[in-house]
Write a protein that binds this ligand. Sequence first.
Ligand code: NAD
Ligand code: MG
Length: 293
Amino acid sequence: MANTDPRSKYSNADFPKQEQPIPGLQSKLNPQPDCGETSYTGHDRLLDYKMLVTGGDSAIGRAAAIAYAKEGADVAINYLPAEEEDAQQVKQVIEQAGRKAVLIPGDLRNEQFNYDLVEQAQKQLGGLDNVTIVAGHQQYRENIKGFDTASFTETFETNVYPIFWLVQKAIDYLNPGATITTTSSVQGYNPSPILHDYAATKAAIISLTKSLSEELGAQGIRVNCVAPGPFWSPLQISGGQPQEKIPHFGQKEVLGRAGQPVELAGTYVHLAAEESSYTTGQVYGVTGGTQLD
Ligand code: NAD
Ligand code: MG
């Protein structure tokens, strides 16, 4: 059977304008994103792996967590306490796939919590084979004067600092063959002026992925990054974009529509699996057409 037409695989109809406070909840998002709950089929590519996913409650992190479980992994997910409802849904899907789900809510801006998160995950899973860092903070501002120190700090504290803290603790447990996967964005290459701070964090994530891959490769640990284009998610409608951009979100991409989180799942799985054993220090774009350079 041939592939489906990527332009019409999912709707390219306008999204309804809608706004939520941060963190946005997937359960209240309209339409619901496809995170692979029924559309992803696993093939034991991560059988018995123990994996930790930050931002695993919703959208991109949820799609990674669900795909990991369907590929045979036990998965711990981190999210903010306010997202418990979304996290419970993910737990259910992971358990339906016959795998263990560990829920560890907490705020990644807290240094000590990052260490505790890794400890808890490896303890409750009985080991650690991959850390997938998806959690992120994105708040648009009209112009440079809108970026106050508090918001600038929150974006860096959420998107960049946890990479240091999580990796510093995780390497106590990761064995040769283990992997770390980070999440950047097309914004890391083509920064938008309404997202000065966010785009800068996404460029920093690319740099960290590369420098960490250089250091950790010597220990047999591979580090790679996924750079998504526009994906339908709660982040976008909770201050990530101005409301007037929501209806046409993703439509100007080459493929004419926004991505659905499940369309990233295979890339996260690939980077964690045996099949990518010669891949490290790389950034994989999944963008609907925007080129990374
Ligand atoms: P999302 O809202 O579903 O995911 C973001 C998650 O970050 C939340 O679920 C939340 O659990 C977590 N988070 C935020 N602040 C946190 C904190 N202080 N402590 C712990 N967790 C925190 O939206 P998404 O679009 O799936 O975003 C996931 C990642 O993908 C982000 O890093 C985002 O930058 C990146 N990304 C998204 C897009 C897109 O178009 N949706 C494009 C490029 C990159
Ligand atoms: Mg969420």
